[in-house]
Design a protein. Structure first.
Length: 279
């Protein structure tokens, strides 16, 4: 297990629940923006038309706490769509995350399988899934394992199915902040997160056609939300060693955070690629 995956898994645990909840005070909005960024209802209804009488099959890669299906039900019209129950397989290296996601799933999603593993170690079943997604889910994959992970992602998509990856671009907060954090605080030799551009390159190197839509927004907090902002930033890098005050005093984070802190509150600039791959 890589150091990053180990630290990520430690945060996705009952012991890390307080930090997780602090993170989601800002990050839950990521999923609303993704839910509003494309016509998900049309995607699901088209897939259901092709599937006919059987339920849709969905793979949620690195499912986390199940925030994305909740956002789709609330903001993308899936709760009102004419769909059979969506048979959802939850994949995550954390048993805690799988349990959280299962408990959070709204209609029309229905959990039918659990896979406690990483994407790169996952063996997709014969026939694959109608829809496969990974939403802000691939940050803990080492770059050396990215090609294998993308091969498994593509193999999981059924013929005629759709794969969707949402991931920060190099200039977006999650990638830029992590790179600056490593420069300021280490640990020495730690690799930065791979950006969306690298993921798209890995997919195209395997012959995939990748459609990219860029989603721009700010993750926001009020001027007095210091504890929430600190928890959010610590979880962005899966590292609770460093307090917000230290981050604001240490280059190259200091200038970045100064630009994010405004009189009306905090604004962290997100630049997310929404990538679609056909089966």
């Amino acid at each position: 297990m890589s150091d990053l995956l180990a630290r990520s898994s430690a945060h996705w645990s009952e012991a890390g629940r307080a930090g997780m909840e602090a993170f989601y005070r800002l990050a839950t909005d990521d999923y609303r923006h993704l839910a509003e960024a494309r016509n998900w209802r049309a995607l699901f209804e088209g897939a259901q038309a092709r599937a006919g009488a059987r339920p849709l099959r969905l793979l949620d890669v690195a499912c986390g706490s199940g925030k994305f299906p909740v956002a789709l039900a609330r903001h993308a019209g899936l709760a009102e769509a004419d769909l059979r129950p969506v048979e959802t397989s939850l994949l995550d290296p954390s048993a805690f995350s799988i349990a959280e996601a299962r408990a959070a799933l709204p209609a029309p999603f229905r959990a039918v399988a659990e896979h406690e593993t990483t994407l790169q170690d996952f063996a997709p079943p014969p026939g694959g899934y109608d829809i496969v997604w990974a939403t802000h889910a691939l940050y803990a994959i080492p770059e050396a394992e990215l090609a294998a992970a993308m091969a498994r992602f593509r193999a999981a998509i059924a013929p005629g199915g759709t794969g969707v990856i949402a991931h920060s671009a190099a200039a977006g907060h999650y990638i830029d902040f992590h790179r600056r954090f490593l420069a300021a605080f280490g640990p020495a030799g730690a690799a930065p997160y791979v950006p969306a551009e690298t993921i798209a390159e890995a997919l195209r190197a395997q012959g995939a056609e990748v459609d990219v839509r860029e989603v721009l927004y700010d993750s926001a907090a009020g001027p007095g939300d210091t504890a929430a902002v600190e928890g959010y930033l610590q979880r962005c890098v899966f590292d609770t060693r460093v307090r917000l005050s230290e981050m604001e005093d240490t280059a190259p984070l200091a200038d970045y955070l100064a630009a994010c802190r405004r009189p009306e509150g905090w604004r962290f600039p997100q630049r997310v690629w929404l990538m679609t791959v056909s089966g």
